[in-house]
Design a protein around this ligand. Structure first.
Ligand code: CTP
Length: 445
């Protein structure tokens, strides 16, 4: 019996998929089809897949060509499967020509001509409304957004806004887009959504005005400095049925999701302590080191360190204790925040002028999770137990610099997919703003 195997995402099942399976089956007697998991697709940078895995499997089944359907969830699985199932022929479409030649050491490799003019990407682009996006602020983060947005279907950067003419002009020229410098409302009229990457103190105002104009908002952290402001923004978004996401990129990264799931799974018992550290020495002349009001360690990195704490211990902390090392102007070069919870505790350490080990440690009653720097991208984490020889290592895939995951979430939400908030809920974002408010109050005392 000749066994054939092929793999795919099979999203929005189309004629190209049908024909490929038909021809693959005709090459042998028994066809095995590997369907990718969402997690695997997300991790290899294929974001925005629409159909859930069960629906994609169901569609493959319905063709009647597959004798067996398996799930593909990790790199290197193809060789494992070929050996496990005794496969004779590995088949893929011609878009993969050459990529899998290394499998020739194990079986025959056949690339079949792709069906022209159809792909899941084309269908996704058609089924998603095209989100004409404007970028507010054209500083350091803006170019990264542009390069990462290319990996997400359905988002198009069309305009930039920055009151500083020179910066706006240079950026717009580089991206071949239009720009505005004066009238924000007029700028808003020409877009469906905005990505706000302007200085921290302008986030609330730009976000509010965008929501009032009926535009979806992806806003860099912190979205607001007080609980009241954050509540107001999220209530406004809800009332207007608009998407408001705070761009804490870690929250949307697949590796971080996995880390949270492992932590919640009971493997390390009850979670009692979370310690998160993020330091990056900033140039002494930079805004982060000179703007005593809106720069400094906490406002720069607080959202990152608070994220795992709030995700794991919740929003109902009982007390906060801040300690900062400040420069003469009162800017915090280093801040340590201790949080007390009814059944646990946490600490967050942030630095722009003091360097420390940037790690995340989650301590439980049965063991602990250690995620080394850069844990905020979560490329690796380990589960440790009392027995020092027992260590489980996780190395989630991670593509680009992480922004594509939050952009993908934003576009999916605008298109009505992922209606429920799990990754960063309004409540969690509001709690972060409330803690920021406490920090600001103490700073001004
Ligand atoms: N395929 C094909 N003809 C097409 C589209 C896909 O033969 N027009 C093949 C691919 O080469 C692959 C299989 O179908 O062997 C599954 O492909 P998949 O990546 O799921 O579909 P695409 O439409 O290529 O998806 P995307 O646009 O997301 O890359």
């Amino acid at each position: 019996m000749k066994k054939v195997i092929t793999y795919g995402t099979f999203d929005l099942f189309h004629e190209g998929h049908y024909k490929l399976l038909q021809r693959a089956k005709s090459l042998g007697d028994y066809l095995i089809v590997g369907v990718t998991t969402e997690h695997f697709d997300e991790a290899r940078g294929k974001v925005n897949v629409i159909d859930p895995i069960m629906e994609r499997i169901e569609n493959v089944k319905r063709t009647g060509f597959a004798d067996e359907i398996i799930v593909e969830d990790h790199d290197g699985q193809k060789i494992e499967d070929i050996q496990k199932y005794g496969v004779d022929i590995f088949v893929l479409g011609s878009d993969w020509m050459g990529t899998y030649d290394y499998l020739k050491a194990f079986c025959e490799v056949v690339y079949l001509e792709r069906t022209p003019d159809i792909s899941s990407t084309i269908l996704r682009n058609k089924s998603f409304q095209i989100v004409r996006t404007g970028i507010v602020g054209t500083g350091r983060i803006a170019p990264r957004f542009v390069s990462e947005a290319k990996y997400v279907s359905g988002i198009h950067l069309v305009r930039a806004f920055n009151p500083e003419e020179k910066s706006a002009r240079q950026f717009a020229k580089r991206c071949e887009i239009e720009y505005d410098t004066e009238n924000y409302e007029k700028f808003l009229q020409k877009v469906d959504a905005v990505y706000i990457a302007s200085p921290n103190e302008t986030h609330y105002d730009y976000t509010k005005r965008a929501l009032e104009s009926g535009k979806h908002v992806l806003c860099e952290k912190p979205v607001a400095f007080t609980r009241k402001e954050a509540e107001e923004l999220y209530a406004l978004a809800k009332e207007k049925q608009l998407v408001l996401l705070e761009a804490v990129k870690t929250a949307y990264c697949p590796g971080f999701q996995q880390l949270l799931n492992v932590a919640h799974s009971g493997k390390i018992g009850e979670i009692k302590d979370v310690e998160a550290t993020f330091t990056r020495l900033a140039d002494p002349k930079s805004r982060e080191r000179t703007d005593a009001e809106y720069g400094g360690s906490f406002l720069e990195f607080g959202s990152y360190t608070l994220l795992p704490i709030i995700k794991l211990l919740g929003q109902n902390y009982q007390a906060l204790h801040f300690n900062s090392i400040c420069n003469e102007e009162g800017l915090d070069l280093y801040t340590k925040l201790q949080l007390e919870y009814p059944n646990g505790m946490a600490s967050a350490k942030m630095g722009v002028g003091v360097k420390s080990e940037g790690q995340l440690v989650i301590a439980g009653t049965k063991g602990y999770i250690l995620a080394p720097s850069p844990w905020w991208l979560t490329r690796r984490f380990e589960v440790h137990y009392e027995n020092p020889n027992q260590v489980e290592t996780y190395e989630p895939n991670f593509q680009g610099d992480g922004l594509r995951y939050e952009i993908s979430e934003f576009v999916s939400k605008i298109n009505g997919i992922n209606k429920k908030d799990y990754k960063l809920t309004a409540g969690e974002a509001i709690t972060m703003a409330a803690i920021t408010e406490e920090f600001m109050k103490r700073k001004h005392k």
